[in-house]
Design a protein around this ligand. Structure first.
Ligand code: PEP
Ligand code: MN
Length: 356
């Protein structure tokens, strides 16, 4: 990529390469194939420090692997990027002249580590990419950005890689899009790129997720690619060959985040008016629902009946899920909507005698 340490890269920004640096041949081989298949500029990624969720598996080459990453990047004329989680990692990378680093999801959760990294990065011009924390906490993500900013790091990107889920889902780390959108609402100045590899956790999901991120107006993608994906020592199921990756990237439509200057569109404006009035109606209906809940609350109190009636809630939810399905609304949405309605309804049924 061009020597560029200023604000941001033009869209789309790609960060491509294997999950882990494994050996010289794997790194050089992957880099050369990437260069051959992908005409667009990119940063070459490779993880060096890879403590896995449970110990015992391949844990990365550490500092020993740094030369392989640098050599491969030089060989194809791009910049290398790796993950740092400790001040010692930052020092090793700075010594080697790295201009790009990323912070992983397990690090963003920890303000102690972020402080340590911020201090190690103070006074440098490194471009830093901060992944969302593993847990669904936008505040921690923004907090990490702020800590880095306080240390004078001003070239920052966010990476959306999905969040841990308790339930079984199709994804390794479900997107919970509303959280990345909330991040962008609070920090529209920080460009957002997507990591469909760690989000999907499997090759089959890369295509769809990448396209969705393009349509959401993201600035770029970090995607894992390996010369022999099935032999990869880490994250084999989600890595793809450089050729496969090229075909995925070709399908992505990079939508503009903001309308062009002077843009006005009668069709969208009319449709938005319709949405606004529907939203108003929805709120009025919810208010009506809560008024009824309140009256029931008064009655339950007189009859000494608990607010929460398990059978009733079970029936309400089952009915809503059935109707939702008929109406083409997802199960996850209906669950969230009704759990939220129910929680609000309970609030309206609490009768505070002192306030009556
Ligand atoms: C990675 O990109 O190699 C990685 C470990 O990702 P995450 O922090 O998103 O789990
Ligand atoms: Mn990985």
């Amino acid at each position: 990529m061009d020597a560029q340490t200023t604000q941001s890269y033009s869209k789309p920004l790609y960060i491509l390469g294997p999950c882990s640096v494994e050996n010289r041949a794997q790194m050089l081989g992957t880099a050369r194939k990437l260069k051959q298949h992908i005409q667009h500029p990119f940063l070459l990624r490779g993880g060096l420090w890879k403590p896995r969720t449970r110990p015992g598996a391949f844990e990365g080459l550490g500092k020993q692997g740094i030369d392989y990453l640098i050599e491969a990047a030089k060989d194809i004329g791009v910049d290398p990027i790796t993950e740092v989680a400790r001040a010692s990692h930052v020092e090793s990378c700075l010594q080697e002249g790295f201009r790009h680093l990323w912070i992983g999801a397990r690090t963003t959760v920890n303000p102690f580590l972020i402080d340590e990294l911020s201090e190690a990065l103070r006074g440098t011009e490194v471009m830093i990419f901060i992944k969302n924390p593993v847990n669904r906490d936008v505040g921690l993500w923004i907090g990490a950005i702020e800590r880095l900013e306080r240390a004078g790091c001003s070239t920052l990107y966010a990476i959306h890689r999905g969040f841990s889920a308790i339930d079984n889902t199709a994804y390794r780390n479900p997107p919970y899009w509303q959280l990345s959108l909330e991040f962008q609402r609070q920090r529209p100045d920080i460009p957002m790129i997507g990591d469909p590899s760690h989000m999907g956790g499997k090759r089959d999901l890369l295509d769809e997720l990448s396209q969705q991120m393009g349509q959401l107006g993201y600035q770029g993608l970090m995607v894992e690619s390996h010369i022999e994906p099935d032999q990869a020592l880490t994250d084999a199921a989600q890595q793809v060959t450089p050729r496969h990756l090229a075909s995925i990237l070709q399908q992505v439509q990079w939508s503009d985040l903001h309308p062009k200057e002077g843009y006005s569109d009668d069709y969208i404006n009319n449709q938005r008016h319709a949405i606004d009035s529907l939203d108003k109606e929805i709120l009025l209906l919810i208010q009506e629902r809560m008024n009824i809940a309140h009256d029931i609350g008064v009655y339950k109190q007189e009859e000494n009946l608990a607010i929460y009636q398990p059978e009733r809630w079970e029936n309400t939810l089952t009915l809503a899920l059935e109707r939702g399905q008929q109406l083409g609304l997802s199960k996850a949405f209906i669950m969230e909507l009704f759990q939220s309605l129910h929680a609000e309804s309970i609030q309206h049924q609490f009768i505070n005698k002192n306030k009556q």
